[in-house]
Design a protein around this ligand. Structure first.
Ligand code: COA
Length: 160
């Protein structure tokens, strides 16, 4: 069974992430969306909220599972017998950081591969922080995140 992992902080999940999830799910038997901690960022949404958003929008996708984890990605991979990390690349600016992460992870776990997918051009400008910024000022985020979670994002962020 080929198990792939798509890791991220998903603070919150966007249509750009969903595009990668749908495409990656076709390449494996099971895709685990791993909600991890990026130590250099303080999330706006709690782990529970980020997992709940993903579960709401991924409902009905048979081979996709959402699992929270606080620890190293390579440990998560081993724990779940996963072979491949999926990462999305939006622009050249993502490359350097992703390249470093992929090499670090390769050093820690040589058996794990990192596979990069080009983000759909429609979402190349999109990021979770752009969504948070827009929502906090009441800007329109309806084309950027799944409809199901739009109001929940406004409810939390408009208060700021
Ligand atoms: N569409 C839209 N946005 C996208 C995207 C896509 N296809 N792909 C990435 N992004 C955005 C994310 O939303 C995020 O936006 P933000 O910075 O505005 O919040 C940004 O691009 C970076 O995304 P990503 O590369 O997924 O990073 P992340 O911070 O979400 O997650 C971890 C990074 C969690 C995977 C990484 O820190 C990790 O593996 N942590 C675990 C600990 C570990 O193993 N560390 C490495 C040791 S060497």
């Amino acid at each position: 069974m080929r198990i792939f992992v798509y890791p991220g902080s998903f603070d919150p999940v966007t249509n750009g992430h969903l595009d990668i999830i749908d495409r990656a799910a076709k390449l494996c038997d099971k895709l685990i969306v791993a909600v991890l901690k990026n130590r250099s960022k303080t999330p706006a949404f709690t782990m529970e909220e980020r997992v709940s958003f993903l579960e709401q929008v991924l409902d009905g996708r048979g081979n996709v599972e959402v699992i929270p984890f606080s620890g190293l990605l390579v440990d998560f991979m081993k724990e779940h017998n996963a072979t491949t990390v999926i990462k999305g690349l939006r622009a050249v600016s993502d490359f350097e950081y992703e390249f470093q992460m992929a090499l670090l992870n390769k050093n820690l776990a040589p058996e794990v591969e990192t596979l990069f997918m080009m983000t759909n051009i429609k979402y190349s400008y999109l990021s979770s922080s752009a969504v948070r910024e827009l929502a906090s000022y009441g800007g329109n985020i309806r084309d950027l995140v799944p409809e199901k979670i739009v109001d929940q994002i406004y409810d939390k962020l408009k208060a700021y």
